[in-house]
Design a protein around this ligand. Structure first.
Ligand SMILES: Nc1ncnc2c1ncn2[C@@H]1O[C@H](COP(=O)(O)OP(=O)(O)O)[C@@H](O)[C@H]1O
Ligand SMILES: [Mg+2]
Length: 266
């Protein structure tokens, strides 16, 4: 993986991370990390617990800033430009974070409408249409609109959060462990939903996951965060051939072999 590779194809990368250094006190989390994601890719970001995956996503959306290095989204340095330019950039990505809790005092429709209202986007009737359209997109029924978060199952909470992330019709979707806490059936159907949205909306997606079945089903590329940087960025079969202790441990088991066999058949 290199900057020149994806630039050579003359497509502006959606994400460019260059020389990222992150420290918390004396602990170095990222040390010269590079990663380039081209449009339309579906990237699974894997790495040990505490390796800095969530922190990397937070850098990507400007919630936190690395001590060194450059973060570019859509070819522009993040946090650069006037507040109007930054607001426009903010609309181009959606996020579903692990603690992506819904606003508990707002019902489903109000939660989904929130980013639209915040940007002063839609009139009342437009808003209703957009919310209905987003609910359908994540396979929620119209009568779910009035439910409160406390009344929803875990799987539905994820769908509502996903609808909210998609409210502004982003080009880039960032998902932090979207299937964590879901039972295997719900997890599989959520993965299927992400896959179909990725295809239909020509999204670029980066998702953090520990689940080999999830990443085998979805990914165009696996980004492996280990040793404080991205040690491999490649499709699944190439990733599994990389000799690295973390990769061997992560993919070496029975689940890894089955997932690879399945992805080869597809
Ligand atoms: N704001 C913070 N202050 C201090 N340490 C932090 C902060 N955020 C994250 N960390 C530490 O940085 C490391 C990476 O965290 P995180 O990105 O959440 O890891 P991951 O998502 O890969 O499990 C962890 O050791 C975590 O405790
Ligand atoms: Mg995390």
């Amino acid at each position: 993986m290199s900057l020149t590779n994806s630039l050579a194809t003359n497509v502006e990368p959606v994400i460019e991370l260059e020389g990222i250094v992150t420290r918390f006190g004396r602990t170095v989390i990222h040390d010269g990390l590079d990663m380039v994601v081209a449009p339309g890719e579906m990237v699974s970001l894997v790495g040990g617990s505490g390796s800095g995956k969530t922190t990397l996503l937070r850098h990507l959306i400007g919630l936190t800033r690395p001590q060194a290095g450059t973060v570019k989204l859509f070819g522009e340095v993040l946090l650069s430009g006037s507040s109007r330019v930054q607001r426009a950039r903010r609309r181009r990505f959606g996020v579903l974070f692990q603690q992506g809790a819904l606003f508990s005092a707002l019902n489903v429709a109000e939660n989904i409408a929130f980013p639209l209202e915040e940007l002063g986007i839609a009139r009342e009737d437009e808003l209703r249409d957009l919310v209905a359209q987003k609910m359908a997109m994540v396979e929620l029924e119209p009568h779910h609109a009035m439910l409160m978060p406390a009344e929803l199952s875990g799987g539905m909470v994820k769908r509502v959060a996903l609808a909210r992330a998609l409210a502004l019709e982003p080009e880039l979707l960032l998902l932090d462990e979207p299937t964590a806490g879901l039972d295997p059936d719900r997890s599989a159907s959520f993965v299927e939903l992400i896959r179909s949205l990725h295809a239909r909306l020509s999204l670029t997606v980066v998702l953090v996951t520990h689940d080999i079945d999830t990443l085998a089903a979805l990914s165009t590329h696996i980004a492996v965060l280990a040793d404080r940087s991205i040690v491999s960025y490649a499709p699944l079969d190439e990733t599994m051939a990389v000799r690295h202790p973390f990769i061997e441990r992560f993919f070496g088991g029975e689940q890894g072999r089955r997932a690879l066999a399945r992805s080869r058949r597809e």
